[in-house]
Ligand binder design. Structure first.
Ligand code: KG4
Length: 336
């Protein structure tokens, strides 16, 4: 049984093939066109998906060593994401399913990120045990998810304003770094002093996050220091990055600590673009080691948007016979 996954929710066009839960190919075309605008431009993203989708799907089939006629089903990201971008993947998936007379499976992008830990490259690769907690941190989301099973997930907490990735990107922009700033902060932080600057941390009840106060605190520090020394950013680039990264990690782990006190789990996973951050990866590993919890840190290729996770989530839905109709429209916003 071969499942084709298609992902087009934001600015990565991706296609993947899995066979009986094992990954055969995962092709990702990232869109460079947005770099010069300092953020994703929705209209440009849709156009780039339109250009990329056919070659990306062809390449995924070629790498998997199969023809399209051998596919058993097509899984696609139905939402959440940018509507114009989602329409490209959704329409393509529907067209191909009609042409090949095979079923369609709609996938919630956020489920995909949580289930990315079940992608197996080889027979016998281990996977997390349910129930587990997943810290889902990306440019659009910051959530603590309790996964009870493949299709039973509950959001325990989520951001009430910015996502963790936005905090990285917006502060990086203030430092004059290119978009997306997260990877640049990560690289600079490795050379800086994480205790040089102190930034405000939120006091939000429960398991929800907030990152907008940190952004403002970072802005005020930079603005005040620039008045005293116009070269402040230049001279303190690495220390600013390291201090920012440390604060974001502390905010993330504070709520994760509360979550594991309220919900007994033996496994914790991370997912989403920010889970590529070296500091976050190490901190979550240390957090879990200290508590005797097993940490699931994804391969970097599965942290960002990818179709392997869509095909994987589709595989689980296929097993329970959950298919979707040709009328199903994409959705821009949805909870888990
Ligand atoms: O999941 P993702 O690829 O897509 C969106 O949700 O948009 O996440 C993108 C986010 C961006 O904010 C980017 O700066 C952040 O992930 N990111 C990182 C790192 N790599 C990507 N943030 C911190 N450190 C990184 N190494």
């Amino acid at each position: 049984m071969y499942i084709l996954g298609i992902e087009s929710s934001c600015d990565d066009t991706s296609a993947a093939v899995i066979s009986d839960g094992r990954l055969l190919s995962n092709v990702i075309a990232s869109q460079k066109v947005h770099e010069r605008y300092g953020g994703v431009v929705p209209e440009l993203a849709s156009r780039a998906h339109q250009e990329n989708i056919v070659p990306v799907v062809s390449e995924a089939l070629r790498e998997a060593g199969i023809s399209k006629e051998e596919l058993s089903a097509i899984a696609f990201t139905r939402g959440p994401g940018l509507l114009g971008s989602l329409l490209v993947g959704t329409s393509f998936a529907k067209g191909l399913s009609i042409a090949l007379s095979i079923p369609l499976i709609d996938v919630n992008h956020l489920h995909g990120h949580v289930l990315s830990h079940f992608i197996r490259r080889n027979e016998g690769d281990e996977v997390p045990e349910f129930p587990f907690i997943c810290l889902l941190i990306s440019g659009g989301n910051s959530q603590i998810v309790l996964a009870r099973s493949e299709n039973d997930m509950e959001i325990l907490g989520k951001t009430i304003d910015d996502a963790a990735g936005e905090a990285f990107d917006k502060c990086a922009k203030l430092m004059g770094l290119p978009y997306p700033g997260g990877p640049h902060i990560d690289r600079l932080a490795a050379e800086g002093d994480p205790d040089k600057f102190k930034f405000a941390k939120p006091h939000i009840p429960g398991l929800d996050y907030s990152f907008s106060g940190l952004k403002t605190s970072f802005l005020y520090t930079v603005r005040d220091e620039l008045k005293k020394d116009p070269d402040f950013i230049e001279k303190n680039r690495a220390d600013l990055a390291a201090s920012l990264q440390k604060t974001i990690i502390e905010i993330l782990l504070d709520k994760l600590g509360k979550a594991v006190k309220e919900h007994t789990v033996k496994h914790i996973a991370i997912g989403g673009g920010v889970s590529a951050n070296s500091g976050v990866r190490q901190a979550v590993k240390d957090f879990c080691d200290k508590r005797g919890i097993r940490a699931w840190i994804p391969e970097r290729v599965f942290t960002t948007d990818n179709a392997a996770m869509v095909a994987q989530a589709g595989f689980f839905k296929m097993k329970t016979g959950e298919f979707c109709s040709l009328e199903a429209p994409p959705y821009s916003r949805v909870s888990i």
